[in-house]
Design a protein around this ligand. Structure first.
Ligand code: AMP
Length: 143
């Protein structure tokens, strides 16, 4: 998909926001939703998305983006406190050529552990749901 274009309200994250698809939730308020990545690149891979529709960073409203990054910092701190990784990577992809696969703006919070390799982006390897729920509980304790 190109960088520009119209927002497709049938994307997976729009369905999660409407409650049409499940997610392992970490945090929700009127502006943002955070949940566990179902195909994680590392233990505790977390996503943070705005409720307002935009395809990526470029077409996002600046105030929505500001709120999103503030919440991303809060959730990244909770991931750090709850899972005690050695580092954290934040990623955000814009357009198919950049690796974006879901066309609703989101930040990835990817914990890094010194003794573990990071998985590939979009590997398609689904996590165990009970593991994800357990990780989410550890993160939520620090919010
Ligand atoms: P991106 O490739 O940057 O658009 O990232 C999309 C992310 O969403 C990937 O890391 C996928 O593993 C993740 N993902 C796809 N479907 C789901 C889903 N149903 N629930 C949670 N995460 C998902």
């Amino acid at each position: 998909m190109n960088l520009s274009g119209t927002y497709d309200s049938d994307n997976i994250f729009a369905k999660i926001l409407r409650g049409e698809m499940p997610c392992v939730k970490i945090y929700e308020d009127e502006d943002v939703l955070s949940f566990m990545d179902m195909f994680p690149q590392s233990r505790g891979h977390t996503l943070v998305i705005p409720k307002q529709a935009s395809r990526n960073l470029l077409d996002a409203d600046a105030d929505v983006l500001a709120t999103l990054i503030r919440h991303t910092q809060t959730i990244a701190r909770a991931v750090a406190a709850g899972l005690k990784p050695d580092g954290l990577i934040l990623t955000q992809f814009n357009g198919t050529a950049a690796g974006q696969t879901v066309f609703h703006l989101h930040f990835h919070i990817i914990p890094r552990y010194a003794d573990m390799n990071m998985g590939r982006h979009s590997s398609g390897r689904m996590a165990d749901m009970s593991d994800l729920k357990d990780l989410a509980e550890h993160i939520k304790e620090h919010l």
